[in-house]
Design a protein around this ligand. Structure first.
Ligand SMILES: Cc1cc2nc3c(=O)[nH]c(=O)nc-3n(C[C@H](O)[C@H](O)[C@H](O)COP(=O)(O)OP(=O)(O)OC[C@H]3O[C@@H](n4cnc5c(N)ncnc54)[C@H](O)[C@@H]3O)c2cc1C
Length: 493
């Protein structure tokens, strides 16, 4: 008989898992707190402008290919490879760096800045490649039943990498490069993990291999939300049921199996199996009321930073910038050390600007651009009051206008913003932390909240705060790991 599975959340983790399960004959039902699917991978539309609200590019596209292969389906969307990957603008400098994948073109820009840049980069990337190749299958793409299993897996990693574990990202980059420009540009990717190069372990320099060599970064034709739309279309072919505006707030069970999840209106949802795509730590605390995940404990865990995101529709073109642009300041070390906790960093913020209309003209009316700004900010543990949101946004618009030599303030026709409070309230992101739990060494692998429940044998977890971690490709891997557990559970019952 077909098994009913209830998936709580329609983030990428939930949707990818739903497809894996539906194509294996499960009867899939989704409940979702928000009014639309996608979670953080979402879309905002207003007055002819269309913005992706969260993720704007991704690495490891082959994880999506593996997902579709596993489901026996063709790829439902087209990738666009980014080259340059992005640009980096330094404050008080006219020089703009293009992060080309072609290392000769990249190196030319460092000619008078970092002697022998290309040789140094090759050496650095060789080590990053070794770290990637020696860990990806052993540590990232594996389930662990317990800490012993995890330690066993770690012991398979070549011991020559051991010294790396005692350094941070910035120190590792500093072993290869001397100039501030090279160090800052190469270590910028650490921010993509939701913390900074100074508190991200050097093992994650493997990201540089992914960035420059292994696959680079990609967009999706039509914008990132096409991923969600195409997964939903496929799921509808399998008669999957979607229930939006439905938040799970409670449960019922007096055995080692979950009997019901209960929504905000008191409706009880029953299934054979439950898969939780909501944050794996927060859900255990808030809905299952587990002591280990009460607010006191959650606040002691390491969370990623928050994001202030805002979306501008402007009635002019910006030929001087690219699709993906980073604007950084002149105090990188001090900024990085403070950005997680000190609201003072917002006086001279660093930010990323995405111009989706560059490659997707349908996202803005003729002659216009759709801009999406992401500014890293302290999460709500360190800045809970956002009454100064408009001032901060205004200061970024002024700074941006100055740095691109074009005042856009009178061209703004659409303006929307999400603070960490909005991110928390929209998708239940604990303390508004944009990427969920951080990837500190004691919060990865078997130390991360597990993808199976400690008490309910029929309950599993998928998404950023369980295995293996945050970011779109990791969440797709998470769907493979979680559904592997579900298939085994069913087989062994
Ligand atoms: C501003 C921003 C920029 C980012 N940029 C990138 C990027 O460029 N590239 C990249 O790879 N990654 C990026 N990320 C990270 C990426 O968005 C996430 O890692 C990924 O989308 C998380 O997917 P998920 O399925 O784990 O969770 P989510 O997308 O959070 O989905 C979980 C879903 O569960 C729902 N839910 C929660 N609680 C309940 C409940 N109790 N009942 C019912 N439903 C519930 C939520 O509403 C949500 O829809 C970015 C994130 C942010 C915030």
């Amino acid at each position: 008989m077909k098994k009913d599975i209830l998936i709580v959340g329609t983030g990428l983790g939930g949707l990818a898992s739903g497809l894996r399960l539906a194509t294996q004959g499960y009867n899939v039902i989704f409940v979702e707190k928000a009014a639309t699917p996608g979670g953080r991978l979402n879309r905002l539309e207003k007055d002819g402008f269309r913005f992706d609200t969260g993720p704007s590019f991704f690495s490891m596209p082959y994880e999506f290919e593996e997902l579709m292969n596993d489901c026996g389906l063709p790829m439902p969307f087209d990738f666009i490879e980014l080259d340059p990957l992005y640009t980096v603008h330094f404050r008080d400098s006219d020089k703009k760096f293009y992060l080309y994948k072609d290392l000769d073109k990249l190196s030319e820009q460092f000619e008078n800045i970092e002697p022998n840049f290309k040789e140094k980069l090759n050496l650095y990337l060789k080590k990053s490649a070794e770290l990637y190749n020696d860990t990806v299958n052993v540590v990232i793409k594996q389930n662990f039943d317990n800490i012993f299993d995890y330690l066993k897996a770690l012991m398979q990693v070549n011991p020559k990498h051991l010294p790396v574990l005692f350094k941070n990202f910035w120190q590792q980059v500093g072993n290869y490069f001397d100039s501030k420009e090279a160090r800052q540009i190469i270590s910028l990717v650490a921010f993509f993990l939701g913390r900074t190069p100074f508190d991200t372990n050097a093992i994650y320099t493997l990201l540089s291999h992914i960035e420059f060599r292994h696959s680079g970064y990609y967009n999706v034709k039509g914008g990132m939300y096409t991923i969600v739309e195409s997964l939903i279309n496929l799921l509808r072919n399998y008669n999957v049921e979607f229930n939006f505006n439905t938040e799970i707030v409670d449960y019922e069970s007096d055995s080692d199996k979950l009997e019901y999840l209960i929504d905000q209106n008191g409706k009880k949802w029953h299934a054979d199996i439950y898969l939780i795509n909501a944050d794996a730590a927060f859900f255990r605390g808030k809905v299952f009321k587990r002591e280990k995940y009460n607010d006191n404990h959650l606040n002691k865990m390491s969370w990623t930073m928050g994001y202030l995101t805002f979306y501008l529709g402007i009635n002019t073109k910006l030929p001087q910038i690219e699709h993906h642009n980073y604007f950084i300041g002149s105090n990188y070390q001090q900024y990085s050390k403070n950005v997680m906790t000190d609201p003072g960093t917002l006086e001279k913020p660093y930010y990323y600007v995405n111009v989706i209309s560059k490659n997707n003209p349908e996202c803005a009316p003729d002659g216009c651009e759709a801009l999406f700004f992401v500014c890293p900010v302290p999460n709500l543990l360190y800045k809970s009051n956002w009454q100064d949101k408009d001032q901060i946004i205004e200061s970024i618009i002024v700074d941006f206008s100055k740095r691109i030599s074009q005042d856009i303030s009178s061209n703004i026709v659409v303006k929307e913003a999400f603070t960490p409070i909005d991110w928390r309230d929209k998708f239940n992101l604990y303390q508004g932390a944009g990427l969920g739990l951080s990837h500190k060494m004691d919060q990865i692998g078997a130390f991360r909240p597990a993808n199976f429940d400690e008490i309910f044998k029929n309950t599993f977890y998928v998404g950023s705060s369980t295995l293996p971690g945050a970011g779109l490709p990791m969440v797709v891997i998470s769907s493979k790991l979680a559904t592997e557990r579900i298939f085994n559970y069913n087989k062994n019952k």
